[in-house]
Write a protein that binds this ligand. Structure first.
Ligand code: NAI
Length: 288
């Protein structure tokens, strides 16, 4: 079996980006969301991005048309009946995801692989909502999917070797480097490495040791990271960072994952990062 046709469930930041990437790499894509305006919005964002690529002479008008034609949009999950693989990128809520997987299980062929782009949820728990736990796998893209080179491929308790292989091959065909996460554990690899750094950076500021700007400068120059922890939290969402820390705490009950008060205060003040115009730093919203 080879993956040719991919159903992307959820046309938000990640689903839209994954659909764009997959179509650009030659896959046939069905993009589904709950409302027509969400899928249309995603297509408009993809087309606008491609227009910029044409301006920069990185793409031709003909290539844009071919890539866009590979994506069909829908609000009906039933249109996933003939896909080889589903990539689920809906809200990070276990009950919402489980109910989608349960429905997809009845719609898709028994051979169809179910990949989830979850940042933290248990792949095994999602697989339990289906009658094909051996065909359920984590397929964790990073934001923005078009640019970021990694895909974590996560083995759930029952995921088969064949499913891991097919999922890794699909990631490679999308131009990504797959890294297999051999055990379904909170945060997988990247978030597990990143979260202690975020929390420690916040504690450094709370202890009055340095400012967020100086921590970012130190980390960028000292560790050769492209962004410091505060810049990265603002980019990916301050609320997401706390959400992940809370999840680690709920799984381990280890107080080292307790989110510090200063970051909770930012969230209460609506400072969620770039998306709200302010986080650790002030940001201009688009058009300002
Ligand atoms: P988002 O909020 O931008 O998009 C989610 C989309 O899913 C929305 O358009 C929503 O209408 C749709 N949706 C919700 N329930 C649905 C259903 N039952 N059927 C069809 N569509 C449905 O969220 P985002 O940021 O794209 O995240 C999606 C997933 O990707 C989450 O699991 C998140 O944890 C994960 N993720 C997010 C990253 C990020 O930086 N934003 C990075 C890596 C993974």
């Amino acid at each position: 079996m080879t993956i040719r046709k991919i159903g992307v469930l959820g046309a938000g930041a990640m689903g839209g980006g994954i659909a764009h990437l997959a179509a650009a790499k030659g896959f046939e894509v069905v993009l589904c969301d709950v409302e027509q305006r969400f899928v249309e919005g995603a297509i408009n964002r993809i087309a606008a991005f491609m227009d910029k690529s044409i301006e920069k002479q990185k793409m031709t008008v003909a290539e844009k048309e071919v890539a866009l034609k590979r994506i069909s949009i829908t609000t009906r999950m039933e249109d996933f009946a003939s896909v080889d693989m589903v990539i689920e990128a809906i809200f990070e809520d276990i009950e919402v995801k489980k109910s989608a997987f349960e429905k997809l299980d009845k719609i898709c062929s028994p051979e169809t692989i179910f990949g989830s782009n979850t940042s933290s949820m248990s792949i095994t728990a999602l697989a339990a909502a289906t009658s094909r736990p051996d065909k359920v796998v984590g397929l964790h893209f990073f934001n923005p999917p078009l640019i970021m080179r990694l895909v974590e491929v996560i083995r759930g308790y029952y995921t088969s070797d064949e499913t891991l292989k097919l999922a890794s091959e699909a990631a490679q065909m999308m131009g990504k480097t797959p890294v297999v996460v051999k055990k379904d554990t909170p945060g997988f690899i990247v978030n597990r490495v990143m979260m202690p750094q975020f929390l420690e950076a916040i504690r450094i500021v709370e202890e009055g040791i340095a400012t967020p700007e100086d921590v970012d400068t130190a980390v960028k120059l000292g560790l050769n990271y492209p962004m410091g922890p505060f810049e990265l939290m603002d980019y990916t969402g301050v609320d997401i960072a706390v959400h992940v820390a809370d999840y680690f705490f709920s799984e381990s009950k280890d107080t080292k994952w307790n989110a510090p008060q200063t970051v909770k205060a930012l969230i209460r003040a609506g400072r969620l990062g770039k998306k709200t115009g302010a986080g650790w730093y002030e940001h201009k919203k688009k058009g300002e």
